[in-house]
Ligand binder design. Structure first.
Ligand code: NAP
Length: 220
């Protein structure tokens, strides 16, 4: 089984890569130099170079989040979030789904966010991309069910990665912990376990779902 994981260099993606490899899967995790998700030509080149081959499992994990009120969102930040979080994952699926259809098997996991289920000030664009990616998940789950391809979203809550450290001070992280019923942030490994559960041949009946892995944050 061959797996494509985007954003595998660190954070949640790195934990996903380790878990699949530990379980004997062949994992391709292109670096930003090999495929820059903010650049549609780079994504197209990656897909074209793999014409005739493909992946049994695709994990659209890479993401970026620039927090700003709507009237301060720059064109560059808008474009980068749209491309990395929504447009490039969609193009990758468009490019590689024909291989899955041909083989009558596929598992796709898109990484969303709690901000794709609820939202918070300063996250309009990020939230739009994460709501959007789950829209893609639900539609593809319907389109691809006849081909044995199951599609789900894993929506992490606050997880201890570079992205969280970039956007939050240590004090802010302590306050976050107080808001989470389980009293702490998730580890990347805890998110990876859910991705793996949904994204391998052992999952035979869950499709079109968004699983929130948030320590109970959003049920309050
Ligand atoms: P992270 O630690 O910041 O890592 C981001 C990953 O995405 C890196 O591998 C990075 O590659 C890659 N990436 C970013 N822009 C790219 C681009 N233009 N081209 C190619 N690769 C690119 O992020 P994370 O916290 O693990 O987040 C992973 C996913 O979970 C994202 O979709 C994020 O939105 C989602 N999420 C995270 C949290 C959280 O609390 N951390 C919560 C909810 C959802 P480089 O190493 O080259 O930069």
């Amino acid at each position: 089984m061959k797996v494509l994981v985007t954003g595998g260099s660190r954070g949640i993606g790195a934990a996903i890569v380790v878990l699949y490899r530990q379980n004997g899967y062949i994992v391709e995790a292109p670096s930003r130099q090999e495929m820059d998700l903010s650049d549609s030509m780079s994504v197209q080149r990656f897909i074209s170079a793999r014409q005739g081959s493909g992946y049994d499992i695709i994990i659209n994990n890479a993401g970026c989040n620039h927090i700003n009120d709507i009237d301060c969102v720059t064109d560059d930040d808008l474009r980068e979030m749209m491309h990395v979080n929504l447009l490039s994952p969609t193009c990758l699926l468009r490019g590689f789904v024909p291989y899955m259809k041909e083989h009558h098997f596929g598992r796709i996991v898109n990484i969303g966010s709690i901000w794709g289920a609820i939202t918070k000030a300063g996250r309009s664009i990020y939230s739009a991309t994460k709501h959007g990616i789950h829209g893609i998940t639900m539609t593809l789950a319907l389109e691809l069910a006849p081909f044995g391809i199951l599609v789900n979203t894993v929506a992490p809550g606050q997880t201890m990665t570079d992205l969280t450290r970039k956007n939050n001070s240590e004090d802010a992280i302590k306050r976050m912990e107080q808001d989470i019923p389980l009293g702490r942030l998730a580890t990347p490994e805890e998110i990876a376990k859910v991705v793996f559960f949904l994204g391998n041949e052992g999952n035979t009946y869950i499709t079109g779902q968004q699983i929130l892995v948030d320590g109970g944050l959003t049920i309050q």
